[in-house]
Ligand binder design. Structure first.
Ligand SMILES: CC(C)(COP(=O)(O)OP(=O)(O)OC[C@H]1O[C@@H](n2cnc3c(N)ncnc32)[C@H](O)[C@@H]1OP(=O)(O)O)[C@@H](O)C(=O)NCCC(=O)NCCS
Length: 179
């Protein structure tokens, strides 16, 4: 899939070192329990690529032609844990810090959501993060998502009492998606 400035594509082996670098960056991983070492990062990439293979959609590797062969990922993923809003498909993003503040996440997420609604025929997408992740929440808002406070939840994979357990839930349907 292409957007004005990006390509969303299947993962390649040469993405792995760049993905590992962003997963080792504490600022990128500030709202996750830990940063990742190379083996953990490769395992995540494998899981994301596998999702794409299996479902025909997923968290695509994002390329910015003429700028970088791999900036991070943006895309769609079936929510893999139990929660009141599941089953659901999540829209998510993670970019290397060098590519923040340029509108790339918003541009690619808009295209991914458009694909979900127009090509895949999905009715609804969700996104979630910790309340403090203002950058991610800003992407959600820019693409037209609405916060559903009644559906905020405690992430079942984060231990009780952990600072990252509480999550805010956003939803999006085709009518709400901003062009
Ligand atoms: C979440 C994340 C992808 C957001 O990145 P981002 O750079 O803030 O978002 P965008 O790419 O949409 O860029 C928006 C910024 O570019 C600016 N911008 C420039 N051109 C733009 C354009 N054409 N369209 C939209 N915004 C544009 C916006 O004003 C905004 O500026 P700001 O940084 O001063 O707020 C990034 O912070 C990240 O990877 N974080 C770590 C991983 C993470 O937490 N992921 C989410 C887990 S739920």
């Amino acid at each position: 899939m292409t957007t004005a400035r990006t390509i969303l594509r299947q993962w390649r082996t040469d993405d792995l070192p760049l993905f590992a670098a962003l997963n080792a960056d504490r600022e990128v991983m500030r709202h996750f329990p830990t940063s990742l070492d190379r083996a953990q990062s490769d395992a995540v990439a494998h899981r994301l690529a596998q999702h794409l293979e299996t479902h025909g959609f997923g968290p695509w590797a994002m390329e910015i032609p003429g700028v970088t062969p791999f900036a991070g990922f943006v895309g769609l993923m079936r929510v893999g844990f139990d929660a009141p809003f599941v089953p659901a498909v999540e829209i998510g993003w993670r970019l290397a810090r060098a590519w923040w503040s340029k509108g790339y996440a918003t541009e690619a997420a808009t295209a991914a959501a458009r694909y979900a609604f127009d090509t895949l025929g999905m009715d609804d997408l969700v996104s979630f993060t910790v309340p403090a992740n203002v950058r991610s929440r800003a992407v959600m808002q820019r693409i037209g998502m609405r916060h559903c406070p009644d559906e905020d939840f405690l992430h079942p994979l984060v231990p009780p009492g952990h600072r990252l357990r509480r999550h805010v839930l956003y939803r999006l349907n085709a009518d709400e998606l901003k062009a």
